[in-house]
Design a protein around this ligand. Structure first.
Ligand code: 26Q
Length: 808
C-alpha cells in the first residue's frame, strides 16, 4: 500500500497541488472556499490512508462490534478535530501560516452538518469520537438528511427559520458505499401461509425505497482506529420508467420518485417533544431496517448462519426509542429471512439490543397509532402484536392476575397506541439513564412497574463530552496552559486534570488562566461581530445560557432576573453593579409557540436596555443567532458563568453544563441531572446551587398546593417585572404581544419559575460578590476545570463497555 507523509512541507505541496488540479488557480487567486476544500481534502487523504489500513485489519476481526443507532448525530465541523486526532494540528497550523493563511478563517468556511437538535444528537457525536479514540470497533448509524436543523435568523424581534442546505457545495468527508445499497419495504399486506410444517409470511404489494449508505470516517485520537458514521439516504428504485413515460404517466413516475426521497429530506426540528407524524415513523423504520440488514450481512460474512453467536458478536445500541423498531425488525429478519423460530429469534433479540432513555418529559415519550403502524409496516405490526401478547401473558403470570392494572401500563400496545418505551424496556437487555438522578427517576417513576419485575436491567451511566473537541480543539490556549503546568497525561486520561488543583494557589498560573479567558472573550466578540455585526466588551462578566429553548429549561427565570436588575439600575441613580453581559443561544421548535414567545421577550428586554444610556453601561443582553456547534465552540470558552436552570427532575442530564465547567466557567444551577454530579465533583464552594429539590417539586405537583399568585403578591420586584411584560414597557408598539407568557406564569407556572425566583436571585447576588473578588473567582474557575475530567465521554464509554457492551 503506498503511504504518503503528512509533514508541513507535503501538506503545503498538497494544498497548492489541489488548487491547481481542481480549480486551476494559484493560491493568490483562489477563494476562501476553494482553499478550505484543498485543506480539508488533504486531511481527508491522510484519514483515507489510515482507513484503508484499518479496514484491512478489520476484515479478520472476530470479536464484537457495536452498532450505535441514533436518529441524530450532531457532529459539528470536522476539519480541525480530524487534524487534532491525527496529531497533525501543528503541522497544518505551520503549513497554513507559511502559505500566509489564517487557519481559523479557512476552517470557518466548512459547512456545519446540523444533523441533530440538541443534547441527544451531540451526545451521539461525542460517543463516536470516544469509541474511536478508545479503539472500540463501532459503527454509528443515522439518516443522511438533505436539510439539517433549520438556520435561525432573528428578524424584527422574532425567530425566523431558514432551510439548512448543508450539502449545497458538497461534503468532503463522506464516501458513498453504493455496494451496500438495500431495500426497505413499506405498505402492502401480509399473506400467512402454512408450508413445510411452519408458518410463512409473505409481504405483497409493498412500496420499495432504496437505502444508499454514505460513510464518514471517524478517526480516533493518536491511534489506528478509524470507525465510520454510516448515513442512509433514501431514493426511489425506479429510474425513469419508460412505460409510464409513454402512457403519459410521466408526472406520476416523477412524483413516486419524490415520495421515496422525501424520507431523508429533512430533520424534524422537535427536541424533547413528540409529534405523531407518519413521515417521522417512516424515517425511523427506514434507517433502522437498512442498518439491521447491513449488520446481519456483516455478521453472516463473519460467522455464517451461527445466529446463536449474535449476542456475542454485536450489540445494537438504540439512542432513545427512535430506533426502537430495531426490535421487531431483527425478529423479522431472523424469522422471515433466516428461517428461525419465534423463541430462538426472541432469545437473540433480548440479548442483543440495549436502550438508553434520554428524557422523562411525558410529552417526549414516543407513541404511534396502531393503525398507522399497521398501514405503514404491516409485518412489523404483526410482530409487535405477538410481542405484546407474550409480554402481557408473562406479566399476568407474574402478577397472578390477568386484569392487574399494571399490565395495561406496561403493555407494548394499549388503547390503540404502540408504546415504544415499553417495547424497548421489555425487549432490551439493558435500560439505562444518563445521570445518577435520571437513573433513579426511571426506576422510581417512569419505568417503576418494569423495575419491580426486572430490576437487573436498569443502570445509570452519567453522560460525558469529548474533551478533544470541547477543550483541546475549542480552547487551544487553555490546553497549552494546562500542558505547560501539568504535562499532557490528561489528554489520554482526562481525570488527571485534577493535577491542576494545586495551581489554584499559584498567582502566576491564575494570572495566565485569567488572561486566556480574556482572550477567549475578545475572540468571541470578533466572532459575534462577523456573525451579526455586534460586539461585546471583554471587561464585562459573560453570563451564558445556551441550549434549546424549552419551558422546563427556564430561560424565563434568567430573563425575569435581568428585568429586575434593569429596574434596580433605573430606580436608584447610585446603584452600581459588576458590568455583565447576558448571552443567550437558543433555537425554538418552529411549532412551539411559548418557546418563540420567550425569544421575543428576551429580544425585547435587550432592546429596552440598549435604549437606556445608563443601564447599558452595566447591563447588556445578546442573543447569539443560530446557536450551533460552531457557535458553542466560540462561546463556551468565553463564558464566566454557566446557567443551568431546569426545574429539578426535568433535565435528564445536560451536557452543556459539562462543557462550560471544563472551560473554567462556574455553574449557577439547580440540583438536577448532571448538575448534581458537578456539585459533588467541585464541592459546594465552587458552584452556585439554588431552587427546589426533586422531592419538593414532586410534592408540590402531587398536592397541587402551589400558587404562583401567592409568590406574585409577596415579591414586589418580581411583580413589577411581570407587569412590565404587559404594560407596554417592553412592547410599546403592541403591549399585548407577550400576554400569554404573563398569564402562563401567573395562573399555571407548571415549571415553578416564580417559586424558584427568590432563591435564584439570591444565588445571583453571590455570583456578583464573588466575581468582584477576581482572585477568589479564578481559583473557583480553576477548580472547575480541574474537576472536569470525570465528565469526559471517554469515562462514559468505558462504563458502557464495562457494564453493557463488553466489546473487548
Ligand atoms: C421522539 C419521537 C417523535 C418525535 C420527536 C421525538 C424526540 C426528539 C428529540 C424526543 C426527544 C428528543 C430529544 C431529546 C434530548 O435531546 N434529550 C436530552 O438528551 C441529552 C443527552 O442524554 C441530555 O443531556 C438532556 O438532558 C436531554 O434533554
Amino acid at each position: 500500500m503506498p503511504t504518503t507523509k503528512f509533514d508541513k512541507e507535503s501538506i503545503k505541496t498538497s494544498i497548492l497541488g489541489k488548487l491547481q488540479r481542481y480549480n486551476g488557480r494559484t493560491l493568490a487567486d483562489a477563494t476562501q472556499q476553494q482553499i478550505y476544500y484543498a485543506v480539508a481534502s488533504t486531511v481527508r487523504d491522510q484519514i483515507m490512508q489510515k482507513w484503508v489500513a484499518y479496514r484491512e485489519q478489520d476484515k479478520n476481526y472476530q470479536g464484537k462490534r457495536l452498532y450505535y443507532l441514533s436518529v441524530e448525530f450532531l457532529t459539528g465541523r470536522s476539519a480541525y478535530c480530524n487534524m487534532l486526532n491525527l496529531c497533525s494540528s501543528s503541522a497544518y497550523r505551520e503549513a497554513l501560516e507559511e502559505l500566509g493563511l489564517d487557519i481559523k478563517k479557512v476552517l470557518w468556511e466548512e459547512p456545519e452538518p446540523g444533523l441533530g437538535n440538541g443534547g441527544l444528537g451531540r451526545l451521539a457525536a461525542c460517543f463516536l469520537d470516544s469509541l474511536s479514540s478508545l479503539s472500540m470497533p463501532a459503527v454509528g448509524c443515522t439518516i443522511r438528511y438533505e436539510y439539517g436543523l433549520f438556520r435561525q435568523r432573528l428578524i424584527e424581534g422574532q425567530q425566523v427559520e431558514m432551510p439548512d442546505n448543508w450539502l449545497e457545495n458538497g461534503n468532503v468527508w463522506e464516501v458513498p458505499a453504493p455496494e451496500d445499497t438495500c431495500e426497505v419495504h413499506f405498505g402492502g399486506w401480509v399473506e400467512e401461509r402454512h408450508e413445510d410444517g411452519r408458518m410463512k409470511f409473505i409481504h405483497h404489494d409493498y412500496r420499495t425505497v432504496e437505502a444508499v449508505p454514505y460513510d464518514m470516517p471517524v478517526a480516533g485520537y493518536d491511534c489506528e482506529t478509524v470507525n465510520s458514521l454510516r448515513m442512509w439516504r433514501a431514493r426511489s428504485p425506479k429510474t425513469l420508467d419508460f412505460k409510464s413515460f409513454n402512457s403519459g404517466e410521466y408526472m406520476k413516475a416523477m412524483q413516486e420518485q419524490e415520495l421515496a426521497a422525501v424520507i431523508s429530506k429533512v430533520l424534524y426540528p422537535e427536541d424533547n417533544h413528540y409529534e405523531g407524524k407518519e413521515l417521522r415513523l417512516k424515517q425511523h423504520y427506514f434507517f433502522t431496517s437498512a442498518t439491521l440488514q447491513y449488520a446481519l450481512k456483516d455478521f453472516k460474512r463473519r460467522f455464517g448462519n451461527q445466529f446463536h453467536l449474535l449476542p456475542e458478536k454485536m450489540t445494537i445500541h438504540i439512542n432513545d426509542t427512535h430506533p426502537g423498531l430495531a426490535i421487531p425488525e431483527l425478529m423479522r429478519l431472523l424469522i422471515d429471512e433466516e428461517g428461525l423460530g419465534w423463541d430462538e429469534a426472541s432469545w437473540i433479540v433480548q440479548r442483543t439490543i440495549a436502550y438508553t432513555n434520554h428524557t422523562v418529559m411525558s410529552e417526549a415519550l414516543e407513541k404511534w397509532p396502531e393503525q398507522m403502524m399497521q398501514n405503514l409496516v404491516p409485518r412489523i405490526y404483526m410482530i409487535l402484536q405477538e410481542i405484546n401478547r407474550r409480554v402481557c401473558a408473562d406479566l399476568a403470570e407474574k402478577y397472578q392476575n390477568g386484569s392487574d392494572p399494571r399490565i395495561a401500563r406496561q403493555a407494548v400496545i394499549a388503547y390503540g397506541m404502540v408504546h415504544m418505551a415499553n417495547l424497548c424496556v421489555a425487549m432490551s437487555y439493558s435500560v439505562n439513564g444518563v445521570s445518577q438522578l435520571h437513573g433513579e427517576i426511571l426506576k422510581k417513576d417512569t419505568f417503576h412497574d418494569y423495575y419491580q419485575v426486572m430490576p437487573e436491567k436498569f443502570s445509570a451511566i452519567t453522560n460525558g463530552i469529548t474533551h478533544r473537541r470541547w477543550l483541546m480543539s475549542c480552547n487551544p490556549q487553555l490546553t497549552d496552559l494546562i500542558c505547560d503546568a501539568i504535562g499532557d497525561q490528561w489528554v489520554r486520561e482526562p481525570e488527571e486534570l485534577k493535577a491542576l488543583l494545586p495551581y489554584r494557589d499559584d498567582a502566576a498560573f491564575r494570572a495566565a488562566f485569567a488572561e486566556v479567558k480574556r482572550q477567549n472573550k475578545a475572540y468571541f466578540s470578533d466572532v459575534l461581530f462577523k456573525r451579526q455585526g455586534m460586539r461585546v466588551d471583554p471587561d464585562f462578566m459573560f453570563d451564558v445560557q445556551a441550549k434549546r429553548l424549552h419551558e422546563y429549561k427556564r430561560q424565563l427565570l434568567n430573563a425575569l432576573h435581568i428585568l429586575v436588575l434593569y429596574n434596580r439600575i433605573m430606580d436608584d441613580p447610585n446603584f452600581t453593579m459588576q458590568p455583565r453581559v447576558f448571552i443567550f443561544g437558543a433555537k425554538a421548535s418552529p411549532a412551539y409557540y411559548m418557546a418563540k414567545q420567550i425569544i421575543r421577550l428576551i429580544l425585547a428586554i435587550s432592546r429596552l436596555i440598549d435604549r437606556s444610556p445608563r443601564a447599558k453601561k452595566m447591563l447588556k443582553v445578546v442573543f447569539l443567532e443560530n446557536y450551533d456547534v460552531s457557535g458553542a465552540e466560540a462561546l463556551i470558552p468565553a463564558a464566566d458563568l454557566s446557567e443551568q436552570l431546569s426545574t429539578a427532575g426535568k433535565e435528564a442530564s445536560g451536557t452543556g453544563n459539562m462543557k462550560f465547567m471544563m472551560n473554567g466557567a462556574l455553574t449557577i444551577g439547580t440540583m438536577d441531572g448532571a448538575n448534581i454530579e458537578i456539585h459533588n465533583a467541585v464541592g459546594p464552594d465552587n458552584i452556585y446551587i439554588f431552587g427546589m429539590r426533586t422531592d419538593t417539586v414532586r410534592d408540590l405537583q402531587q398536592t397541587g398546593g402551589y400558587s404562583p399568585m401567592h409568590v406574585y403578591e409577596t415579591n414586589a420586584e418580581l411583580r413589577r417585572a411581570l407587569t412590565q411584560i404587559i404594560d407596554g414597557t417592553l412592547m410599546p408598539e403592541n403591549p399585548a404581544a407577550l400576554q400569554d407568557i404573563y398569564h402562563n406564569l401567573l395562573f399555571s407556572d407548571p415549571y415553578f419559575v416564580l417559586k424558584d425566583f427568590g432563591s435564584y436571585s439570591m444565588a445571583q447576588r453571590r455570583t456578583e460578590q464573588d466575581y468582584r473578588d477576581q482572585e477568589k473567582w479564578v481559583k473557583m474557575a480553576i477548580s472547575n476545570t480541574a474537576a472536569s475530567g470525570f465528565f469526559s465521554s471517554d469515562r462514559t464509554i468505558w462504563e458502557y463497555n464495562d457494564r453493557i457492551w463488553r466489546i473487548r
